[in-house]
Design a binder for this molecule. Structure first.
Ligand code: PRX
Length: 641
């Protein structure tokens, strides 16, 4: 167990140095010692960032589900693999053992096969956080189908775009979902999405809310009767190391969402390794990540990473505020959660509520706390540390991305001293660089720049589905021979990293990446809108919220502005989903533009931030007078949604 469970800072530096000196040897040892292979690799790493092409463990053969399930059966068959906590606290939690998981994944995999799904086919999964979601991912992986999970909060149009982009042959959904007091008609959203999709042959529907919904003859099938009939044995497909495992879409600053493609062996090795080390996972721990499996956090650290370690992983269907703001802590007490991993936005929301919600529960089972998705501000960090961690549990502030597949910068608990707002040090195998805008690497400490990675790591996305050129342009063109993250970062006097935020037009709202262009495109579909520009502004709970500047056409003049604001947010909800709604919408006669016609977002951002003292030089603008008129009419209050 050479590199697992780094015990102190000195050991971290030793392991880190080894991983940089000889990355191939380092990852080879991890891969050899902790996984089962049908055939081992001929070569650990082959890469060329100029193409870009990256191959890990070439020649190896495996199936990730054998690593996540089958190999645990002999020693952990009765151990709970997935602990499902329903939305309603009165409904009993479900404990799915490794033996049971094996059976259910195999049955599901056989249902996929019976419905014509083969290795390499794409299966779109649009499910709430119920066990079928995790099981369907694993069932796809069992037979080599490529899953493409779409977060079940996305609208029908966003779902349709993703189904079409990867030409999915099947959609797996449910009759609906529970979220707090709400129920959501997921199947209705799928039906709408499929009006414009030609590739989907089958829709499998899980029953969750037991509603009577229309089923389309010849296309839709209830899942349970098929599972009941299916065999409990399904041989795992032999997968090559670089065979695709899944596609997961993430927003870009422009254009359509990017289908990040992750492959099998490297992704497995890296997510398992980081899970065990960063959470200091021990055999009888109960681990809980509150993310949705619709995001990369859920893929890597609810499903694959934990199960590859034979862990018990909690899946929570509900929301932190239902039935009250103590729900998270009630669940921690109930299941004796040892590692708790959540997003800063959830922490900020809970910190606003009465402390009694936390103090009422016994949180002594907790050993490690984690955060992910956006920078954690100092106040939220301290609240988490003081009230949840009782100042005794390390907080791992983990920086990573959909594209990186696994965590990249994080403290190792009990080894790396933590520092509020700092993700601290790169994990073993992660070679970072800070770059200046001219393309030079910035050496030394107490510097800031654009965050890049200069050497491959096993779980990096290999391409954008169907558009390798875009992959190259987005990640490998800004700086030669380096992967560019799109984030800015600073390195302090001891080499700790602090992520300062996106340097492109992606805005992170409540931990969700939102590109400005698709939102602007949606707004511009409103018949009364001529043009729009979106920027972020600081928000107490969401981290950032969206501020929209909208120019109306003549047809919009004289219309009730509040109604227009509602309609604009309705259009955004339909095109993308409620997460992309604007908090402020200011109608304006013009937008500040350069002489070449580019919107000067920098100025709009400053106005939205209320930083009016240092707008910089506006005299070179095409229309400098517009700036003052925007300032005069800027909005101070948020929209009530
Ligand atoms: O800006 C960084 C921010 O989230 C972006 C990645 O978003 P996504 O692909 O949705 O993945 C989120 C979950 C892994 C990053 O480019 N981000 C993520 N974690 C942190 C963070 N910013 C600061 N600190 C973090 N710990």
């Amino acid at each position: 167990m050479s590199n697992y469970h780094i015990k102190n800072l000195e050991e971290y530096y030793q392991v880190y140095r080894k991983s940089v000196r000889n990355p191939e040897l380092f990852w080879e040892e991890v891969a050899e010692e902790h996984f089962v292979w049908k055939k081992t690799w001929d070569k650990v790493l082959n890469y060329d960032f100029s193409k870009p092409e990256v191959k890990w463990f070439e020649g190896a053969e495996l199936n990730i589900t054998e690593n996540c399930i089958d190999r645990h059966l002999a020693t952990r068959g009765d151990k709970t693999a997935i602990l499902f906590e329903p939305n309603n606290p009165d409904e009993e939690a479900e404990k799915i053992s490794y033996t049971e998981l094996h059976k259910r994944v195999n049955q599901f995999a056989n249902v996929l096969k019976d419905n014509g799904i083969k290795k390499g086919d794409r299966v779109c999964i649009y499910l709430p956080m119920i066990p079928e979601l995790a099981i369907s991912l694993l069932a796809c992986a069992r037979i080599g189908a490529i899953h493409s999970v779409v977060f079940a909060g996305f609208s029908s149009s966003a779902l349709g775009t993703r189904i079409n982009d990867c030409e999915a042959k099947m959609v797996i959904t449910s009759d609906g979902s529970f979220r707090g007091v709400k129920t959501i008609d997921l199947k209705g959203i799928v039906d709408e999405a499929l009006e414009d999709c030609t590739t989907v042959e089958t829709v499998l529907v899980a029953k969750r809310i037991h509603s009577d919904i229309p089923m389309k003859e010849g296309r839709d099938q209830w899942l349970q009767p098929l599972l009941d009939k299916a065999s409990e044995e399904c041989e795992a497909e032999v997968m090559k190391a670089e065979d695709p495992l899944f596609i997961l879409y993430t927003s870009g600053s422009t254009g359509s969402p990017k289908g990040m493609l992750h492959t099998t062996a490297g992704y497995m090795v890296y997510t398992a390794y980081t899970f065990k080390n960063v959470f200091n996972y021990r055999e009888n721990d109960v681990y809980w990540c509150t993310a949705d499996i619709g995001w990369i956090t859920g893929h890597s650290y609810i499903v694959y990473g934990p199960l590859a370690n034979g862990a018990t992983t909690v899946m929570f269907e509900g929301v932190p505020s239902y039935p009250d703001f103590g729900r998270f802590w009630q669940i921690v007490e109930k299941h004796k959660v040892s590692q708790f991993y959540t997003a800063p936005t959830a922490i900020r929301a809970l910190a606003k509520e009465n402390l009694e919600y936390v103090d009422k529960y016994d949180l002594s089972s907790i050993k490690v706390l984690g955060t992910v998705g956006e920078p954690i501000n100092e106040e939220a960090w301290h609240w988490y540390n003081d009230n949840v961690g009782k100042k005794k549990n390390p907080i791992v502030d983990t920086w990573w991305q959909t594209e990186t597949g696994g965590m990249m910068i994080s403290p190792i608990p009990y080894a790396t001293p933590t520092k509020p707002t700092y993700a601290t040090l790169p994990l073993p195998g992660v070679q970072l660089a800070l770059m200046d805008e001219q393309g030079n690497e910035i050496h030394g400490n107490q510097v800031d720049g654009r965050l890049c990675v200069k050497f491959p790591w096993p779980s990096m996305a290999r391409t954008i589905w169907g558009n390798h050129q875009r992959y190259k342009d987005t990640y490998f063109s800004a700086f030669s021979d380096k992967y560019f993250t799109g984030d800015g970062a600073l390195r302090d006097e001891v080499g700790y990293y602090r992520i300062t935020g996106r340097v492109d037009d992606v805005i992170i709202v409540s931990g969700h990446n939102l590109g400005t262009a698709p939102i602007e495109d949606a707004i511009n579909e409103h018949p009364a809108v001529a043009e729009s520009a979106i920027v972020g502004f600081p928000h107490d709970i969401k981290g950032n919220a969206l501020y929209g500047y909208v120019i109306l056409k003549e047809t919009g003049e004289g219309r009730d502005h509040n109604n227009l604001r509602k309609e604009i947010n309705q259009i955004i909800t339909e095109h993308i989903g409620p997460i992309a709604k604007l908090d402020k919408i200011q109608f304006t006669e013009g937008l500040p533009k350069t002489r070449s016609g580019k919107i000067m977002r920098r100025i709009l951002r400053k106005i939205a931030h209320n930083e009016l003292d240092n707008l910089g030089d506006v005299s070179t603008l095409l229309n400098p007078e517009v700036v003052q008129s925007i300032i005069d009419k800027r909005l101070s209050s948020e929209l009530v949604s």
